[in-house]
Ligand binder design. Structure first.
Ligand SMILES: Nc1ncnc2c1ncn2[C@@H]1O[C@H](COP(=O)(O)OP(=O)(O)O)[C@@H](O)[C@H]1O
Ligand SMILES: [Mg+2]
Length: 495
């Protein structure tokens, strides 16, 4: 391989047909006598436009059309020309520099065309250099050249992570893998499970309890997950009233007064609330507004007046704090309003426990969060909640439902296949990687493969084939015909 051009942080490298290089591979451009090197990633492979090759191709096709007997080629030029015709131009992005074998940020120098040597770096060498996944490894899968890839659980700590890609490419699968990895290291994980896909995390593929069985608690609102008004507390209830049930300001103030009144009389129950609203001296519109919210609370089935029926989220969290465990909030079959009520409650409780230092930190996994997360939480997630110790992973197949600033602030992105240009544009806003890389690589990722971007890969993006997981996969798309479509054949392919 020979260096051809350098334009900003893009290198163009000429590569002969017998040198094996693929998109996503890393190259080392070395200047051995000065002990320095550049680390560059191939993001596109094109034909080398060698002057004369076009003419030769045309001439060749004309001659083959004429079919006029035998070619005379005494100097055997045609094989050389054929060789040149297949020469490739590698478009590479400079990702870092090396000085005496160590990774540095010093990468803004021009390597010599004549003296530099270029070779392909295996993923194992790359990971060794960058030290990815050394401290608390979570095995993710294999790189394209077969090397094992593991990331550091610490890369998710204190971080904002996005898992995105088309439907059926393996996002939830990867999320489960990360959840179990974190749980293994003793982390507290809360999952907002929109489709009930995580409810079988504690079971292996054959349906038997696995090693995580004791550490996974599945909560179904209205069934084994209910609370009383008193346990929820005023501030959580106010948030539910205002944000989940859109109670206007004046009525919210009245609600607060009623709450104080009820708590003074020790009757903080749904029944007490309903009676108080009925006899409360207030405007009729306010009364109607309060009644309708009160009705929404009781019809959600999430609130109960019997403390014995209520589950204390605090106790459940404290039971797994330190030893590691996952709480799956199963939001499946809940109406949009009930989903919002439950999520408001869970997030309210989490922030309360974290700000009082009752909990240390929580990893939150949220599938398709735009369906239940209120507007202001998006800002909160990157600022206040992150500060308090809620480290969020958003999982979505609609990248435009996640705000711009979330992409810019994301520490890690696990990018699966996208073919749609608009989706790619959205993800390309992430500041941890250049837009060209996202667009060039993501479009060609097969199902079950992802590009790891950001601190989990120490800013050296890498393509990984995600490994299998011995967990009962719930929530896979249901099909009428037995034969599953291409994406589901993954398991056999990958296996
Ligand atoms: N790396 C993988 N190895 C084996 N099976 C996988 C892998 N990734 C995904 N699958 C399977 O493919 C199907 C779709 O994956 P899923 O994670 O639900 O996709 P998504 O969340 O992107 O829609 C599931 O049945 C899942 O178990
Ligand atoms: Mg999914």
């Amino acid at each position: 391989m020979r260096l051809y051009r350098k334009e900003g942080d893009t290198l163009k490298v000429l590569c002969l047909p017998d040198e094996e290089v693929e998109k996503g591979d890393y190259l080392l451009v070395e200047e051995p006598e000065r002990g320095r090197a550049l680390l560059a990633q191939v993001i596109d492979v094109q034909f080398a436009n060698i002057p004369g090759v076009l003419e030769e191709l045309l001439r060749d096709s004309m001659v083959s059309c004429l079919d006029c007997g035998q070619d005379v080629d005494p100097l055997d030029l045609s094989s050389h020309l054929a060789y040149l015709e297949d020469a490739r131009l590698l478009i590479c992005k400079i990702r870092g520099g090396l000085l005496n074998g160590r990774l540095t940020d010093h990468m803004h120098w021009l390597p010599s065309r004549s003296r530099s040597r270029i070779r392909r770096l295996s993923t194992a060498e790359l990971l060794e250099l960058s030290g990815v996944g050394r401290e608390l490894p979570i095995a993710i899968g294999e790189a394209m050249d077969g090397s094992k890839v593991q990331i550091d659980a610490k890369a998710l700590d204190g971080s904002l992570t996005i898992i995105t890609g088309k439907k059926g490419t393996g996002k939830s699968h990867l999320a489960k893998l990360l959840v179990l990895g974190l749980v293994r290291y003793g982390a507290t994980v809360v999952i907002l499970d929109l489709n009930g896909e995580y409810t079988r995390l504690g079971y292996s593929c054959d349906g038997r309890p696995n090693e995580f069985y004791e550490r996974v608690l599945v909560l179904k609102p209205g069934e084994n997950f209910r609370t009383t008004l008193a346990k929820a507390g005023l501030s959580v209830m106010m948030n539910i009233m205002i944000h989940a049930l859109s109670l206007p300001g004046t009525s919210a103030r009245e609600f607060k007064r009623i709450w104080y009144h009820l708590s003074r009389h020790g009757s903080l129950t749904l029944e007490g609330l309903e009676n108080a609203i009925r006899s409360w001296k207030c405007n009729e519109n306010v009364r109607d507004a309060l009644f309708s919210r009160c009705y929404a609370l009781s019809s959600s089935g999430f609130f109960t007046d019997d403390p014995a029926d209520a589950l204390d989220l605090e106790d459940a969290l404290l039971a797994i704090e330190g030893q590691g465990g996952a709480i799956v909030i199963n939001l499946r079959d809940l109406s949009a309003v009930d989903r919002r009520v439950v999520v408001e409650y869970v997030l309210g409780k989490l922030t309360e426990l974290l700000s009082k230092w009752i909990l240390r930190a929580v990893f939150l996994f949220a599938e398709e969060a735009h369906l239940y997360l209120r507007e202001t939480y998006w800002e909160d997630v990157v600022t206040r909640m992150r500060h308090l110790g809620i480290f969020t992973t958003f999982i979505t197949n609609q990248p435009d439902t996640i705000r711009d600033n979330i992409y810019r602030q994301a520490d890690n992105i696990f990018l699966f296949n996208f073919t749609n240009q608009r989706d790619l544009e959205m993800v390309a806003r992430a500041s941890r990687v250049d837009a060209e890389t996202v667009k060039a690589i993501a479009r060609e990722l097969p199902p079950g493969h992802c590009l790891i971007i950001g601190s989990a890969a120490r800013d050296l993006p890498i393509v990984v084939r995600v490994r299998r997981l011995d967990v009962d996969a719930m929530g896979r798309t249901r099909y009428f015909f037995e034969e599953a479509p291409a994406t589901l054949k993954l398991e056999q392919e990958i296996g």
